[in-house]
Write a protein that binds this ligand. Structure first.
Ligand code: HEM
Ligand code: HEM
Length: 398
């Protein structure tokens, strides 16, 4: 049977139900697992990136499956409750269903907005870009969307718990066909009109989701810390917590081509940062995905064997120790591995602290020949030797 009736779910409705359930359980498992992973080394950052990429890709898939599911449900009859006389139970079940429908859209949408608003994290594994129209690159937007994502997860857990317990209650206590209707497509249920006006449950679920969003956007900000003067450390926490989470960043580079400056971007990278504001020292490991680099009209040439050689070297790494030199001035001294070639590099940068947020920016000039890049262009007439790298990021103390 394809179509739903008042007493049964058709095959598409059942397939879409179990597919969304599978996708949502996978997204939750990966999201929670990622939270437990360490973030303190190059290998850890790579694992984290893989897990988050899987989480985001499954999440985005959930969004589209949920859209299809909802559009399909709108064209179908909604099977009635098996016990419409139990008004409160029926209302509770419907409220949970509508809360779940909301979660199917709000969970992926909030995650997606937070991803699109912050640069440089584990990418969604698809070819349609990482941004979203109308979503600016903004830490504030990313922070709010992440807040909604996390609070919605709690509502989702509660809704799933009630929903699954309810399903088991129908099997074990009522011993009725409620679960069989959703698994085998069994036809069951009274030939009745709906006992509960069907707008009560959806409106209650709508209010619930509105409350979640309002709480995050306008409620107290638990993360807000008292501001300290730039350059000074929140001394009480500095010694124990040295991990930083990058919230926003940009990694760009500029080359001279035929005498004109051309600027490119490396949009995907992760940075594992340890920094103690009290001493101004720390370590940093940046893993850069070179396969997603862009350099105007010569992107493909830049990725080619003569330059970044992304087919053989899809990643570049910078590992360094950080030292404060004076006031906000710092240096990261270490090694840049690019095209498999290791070159010592010192990146001078400024770092200012405001509350829990550190903002850094720096610039360094490299010589492409040091990495064996552009051997076919031995002089500077077509491609200059110097490559200027600009890096800027904000990070918050975790
Ligand atoms: C059905 C869809 C989704 C579900 C059920 C889901 C669930 C979760 C869960 C349970 C967490 C852990 C939250 C916590 O520790 O409190 C999480 C974190 C996260 N999710 Fe999702 N997610 C979904 C879709 C997405 C999508 C589509 C993206 C991005 C494209 C995304 C990005 C993230 C990010 C970046 C975090 C880490 C937040 C942080 O700790 O800062 N999620 N998600
Ligand atoms: C082990 C997990 C699950 C079980 C055993 C289960 C079971 C069921 C059953 C038996 C029904 C039919 C209820 C009825 O006929 O009145 C149902 C409906 C529904 N389920 Fe689930 N479910 C599970 C997971 C999920 C998840 C993860 C979601 C979404 C996040 C979900 C969303 C829904 C929705 C929205 C409906 C209402 C369908 C409609 O009539 O429009 N379920 N589920």
């Amino acid at each position: 049977m394809i179509r739903n009736t008042a007493q049964s779910y058709g095959a598409p409705a059942r397939l879409l139900h179990w597919l969304t359930a599978l996708l949502i359980f996978s997204a939750i498992a990966l999201g929670l697992y990622a939270e437990t992973l360490p973030r303190d080394s190059e290998a850890a950052a790579a694992t984290l990136r893989t897990i988050y990429s899987a989480h985001k890709t499954i999440g985005v898939a959930t969004f589209f499956v949920a859209l299809i599911r909802i559009l399909w449900a709108l064209t179908q009859a909604k099977p009635v409750s098996l016990h419409p006389d139990r008004k409160l139970e029926t209302l509770a079940a419907e409220l949970v269903h509508w809360a779940l429908y909301g979660a199917m859209l709000i969970m992926p949408a909030s995650g997606w907005v937070s991803h699109a608003a912050e640069a440089g994290f584990a990418p969604i594994l698809w070819p349609f870009g990482q941004g979203l129209p109308f979503v600016p690159q903004s830490e504030t937007v990313a922070h709010a969307a992440t807040g909604i994502h996390k609070l919605s997860a709690l509502v989702l857990y509660a809704a799933i718990a009630f929903h699954v317990l309810g399903a088991f209650k129908h099997v074990l206590i009522d011993r009725d066909e409620t679960l069989a209707r959703m698994t085998r497509g069994t036809v069951a249920g009274p030939l009745l009109q709906r006992p509960v006006p069907h707008f009560v449950a959806p409106i209650a679920a709508l209010l619930l989701w509105a409350a979640v969003i309002v709480t995050v956007l306008f409620g107290p900000q638990p993360g807000a810390a008292p501001t300290t003067a730039p350059g000074t450390a929140p001394a009480a926490t500095a010694a124990t917590e040295s991990g930083w989470q990058v919230t926003q960043g940009n990694l760009g580079f500029t080359v001279t081509q035929m005498g004109a400056a051309v600027t490119g971007q490396l949009p995907n990278w992760t940075a594992a940062i340890d920094y103690d504001p009290a001493t101004g020292t720390g370590t940093v490991t940046v893993n850069i995905d070179t396969t997603t680099l862009s350099l105007g009209s010569v992107t493909d040439q830049a990725k080619g064997a003569d330059f970044f050689d992304t087919a053989n070297h899809p990643g570049a790494t910078f590992t360094a120790t950080i030292a404060r030199t004076d006031g906000t001035a710092h240096e990261a001294t270490g090694t840049l591995t690019l095209r498999g070639v290791e070159v010592p590099l010192t990146l001078p940068f400024t770092l200012t602290l405001e509350g829990d947020t550190a903002t850094m920016s720096g610039q360094v000039a490299l010589d492409r020949r040091a990495f064996g890049m552009g051997a076919a262009f031995p002089d500077e007439s077509t491609v200059g030797f110097a490559v200027t790298v600009d890096v800027a990021l904000s990070a918050t103390h975790r």
